[in-house]
Design a binder for this molecule. Sequence first.
Ligand SMILES: NC(=O)C1=CN([C@@H]2O[C@H](COP(=O)(O)OP(=O)(O)OC[C@H]3O[C@@H](n4cnc5c(N)ncnc54)[C@H](O)[C@@H]3O)[C@@H](O)[C@H]2O)C=CC1
Ligand SMILES: N[C@@H](CC=O)C(=O)O
Ligand code: NA
Length: 438
Amino acid sequence: MEPVRVGICGLGTVGAGTFNVLMRNAVDIERRAGRPLVIEQVAARRDNPQCDLTGIPVTADVFDVVRNPRIDVVVELIGGYETARELVLEAIHNGKHVVTANKALIAVHGNEIFRAAADKGVIVAFEAAVAGGIPVIKSLREGLGANRIQWVAGIINGTGNYILTHMRDQGRSFDDMLSEAQALGYAEADPTFDVEGIDAAHKLTILASIAYGVPLQFERAYTEGISRITFDDVAQADSLGYIIKHLGISRRTEEGVELRVHPALIPKERLLANVHGVKNAIEVMGDAVGPTLYYGAGAGAEPTASAVVADLLDVARDMATHHDYRTPYLAFSGIVEGDNSLPILPMDNIVTAYYMRLQAVDRPGVLARVATILAEQGVSIEALIQKEATEGELVPIIITTHLTREANMNEAMRQLEALADIAGPVTRIRIENLDENV
Ligand SMILES: NC(=O)C1=CN([C@@H]2O[C@H](COP(=O)(O)OP(=O)(O)OC[C@H]3O[C@@H](n4cnc5c(N)ncnc54)[C@H](O)[C@@H]3O)[C@@H](O)[C@H]2O)C=CC1
Ligand SMILES: N[C@@H](CC=O)C(=O)O
Ligand code: NA
């Protein structure tokens, strides 16, 4: 059979991983695809010492690849929003199939890209865009196709989980751990995307679209990062039987879809609490199958390449199939941009439990004033712990609540922070039991 001719754009962490996996496993890949996958051209700004490019045509201009008439599939691994968008749209326009690891591109420009790709009848595959090497897109889109998906929740940023894990286990600083994650090739070009939850929100946007058949709506995702988590919170969570993880949560309710990324306390015995380092895990609840879990490396050169190459295999198998008979890009056919039949819910509407940490001045009546504010907002206290204070010091108060509406919690926080007895901002971290409130 004719080979499938592949053009790789970008030879950084994932580009090099993809190149090497394609070369190393070429024999098995050919047996699986039923035809060889040949690297026809690579676009790279500079050599990557990880790759032996002997005999491979190399260009510095990524647009050479999408204009190369010999190429069947363009692999976009340059990252970012704008050049990547132009590149992918031009590849589609030229009738080429596309494989990308770029979650920012799919979450923000996916509706436009899939419309263009459908018009041209080409494949756009993006397994590597969510949770690196874990085949979660494939599982959700195809393996769980019988189900009405009820919720999706998971750890979907490797860098963030790497930082939180080693801050907790080794007492290492946030900045140290971030530098290490960058050196290992896990972090985004702008690492605030990782630590402020933007990268996870890109991925959650994609997962929610595939889970519920709604258009991609990244701009409606709620995003809160991990950069303000302190050792104190990690230690308090531990003593209460929880571990702090950075979660992406999307739940279908009667009113719409929750789409939120934030740190959360989860009970230590939950599977997600035991996902450490660069590993990711996503729990998906389907009405027929019940809970399912997908676990593996969420970032890194070859784990991500594993997903890119799996997509190339799908392209090799499906390119001869008419577009109408392929699996829809986002699992459901007829997803219409601007269709709000199942809206994304405002954060004020979500209901969850909370952990709060306050620094109180050691004065009579302070606890009563705190309790009154919480009661007035309908926040029901599950536990309240007042720590010992030495003479003249502030007293830490730890509170956990029962299920509360976010809007009420926000108002309670505002009033607590206005109290003369309370010093500084109040820390609030959501508690997710995952069975009860997610
Ligand atoms: N690093 C990881 O573990 C993962 C990364 N991704 C995604 O994969 C994509 C690539 O990420 P990395 O490989 O980590 O980034 P990287 O920064 O290591 O590699 C990007 C490469 O593209 C090149 N490049 C950028 N613009 C170019 C242009 N206009 N022309 C030619 N070359 C250009 C850069 O010089 C660089 O070598 C991003 O979309 C990222 O979000 C997805 C999953 C995991
Ligand atoms: N920066 C991302 C890379 C994979 O998507 C992460 O750390 O998860
Ligand atoms: Na994946």
